[in-house]
Design a protein around this ligand. Structure first.
Ligand code: ADP
Length: 191
């Protein structure tokens, strides 16, 4: 199995690049954002609670997202590998993920971290908000809260994987194709 984390702040292009990576390399896409939005669309109790938190730009509790990931790993045990997108987002989630994988005698091969400047992020998120229907993309206050959560809680995840030399920084500005090529080269060199 080849397990990859695609990391970066909100708006860094994780979703766009994930779609291309799973198509090219046949990995199973696990996006906690997508899993949560699916719960919201089915109006499950979990989805209704999560929506309130997401619409404030805050992070959903660790145990909720770790539970969703644990279930998804079990349900797709035949996968060639997983692409984690938007997860782990806190150091505690990273530790939980390591434990879940260890239990299955698996591990993370690499964390590819997209590097994008803050003004570019805000521009992209507001642009996405014009068409995505995502309520958390429509106003600058919510976006600022998401960027603050990223700085306060999520950046630590990169430090966690740096301890085992698993982090590779990828320039996240330029064309979608250029960025995809940078990511693909890193993946190919490890397969
Ligand atoms: P983006 O990276 O563009 O902000 P996502 O779709 O990954 O978008 O996440 C949207 C929202 O879903 C986050 O702002 C957060 O509220 C919630 N969320 C997604 N993944 C996690 C996670 N691993 N832990 C906690 N909350 C999460």
């Amino acid at each position: 199995m080849f397990n990859l984390i695609l990391f970066g702040p909100p708006g860094s292009g994780k979703g766009t690049q994930s779609e291309k990576i799973i198509e090219k390399f046949g990995l199973f896409h696990l996006s906690t954002g997508d899993l949560l939005r699916s719960q919201i669309s089915f109006q499950t109790p979990l989805g209704l609670e999560a929506k309130k938190i997401m619409d404030r730009g805050h992070l959903v509790p660790d145990e909720v997202v770790v539970g969703m990931i644990s279930t998804a790993l079990d349900e797709n045990s035949q996968a060639k590998g997983f692409l984690f997108d938007g997860f782990p987002r806190t150091a505690a989630q990273a530790e939980s993920l390591d434990k879940l994988l260890e239990f299955k005698q698996q591990s993370i091969a690499v964390m590819l971290a997209l590097d994008v400047s803050e003004p570019e992020l805000i521009k992209r998120l507001l642009k996405r908000g014009e068409t995505s229907g995502r309520s958390d993309d429509t106003n600058e206050e919510i976006i600022a809260a998401r960027v603050a959560e990223y700085k306060n809680k999520t950046e630590a995840v990169a430090d966690y994987y740096r301890q085992t030399n698993k982090v590779v920084m990828i320039a996240g500005e330029g064309t979608v194709e250029d960025i995809f090529e940078r990511l693909s080269n890193e993946i190919k060199s490890r397969l």
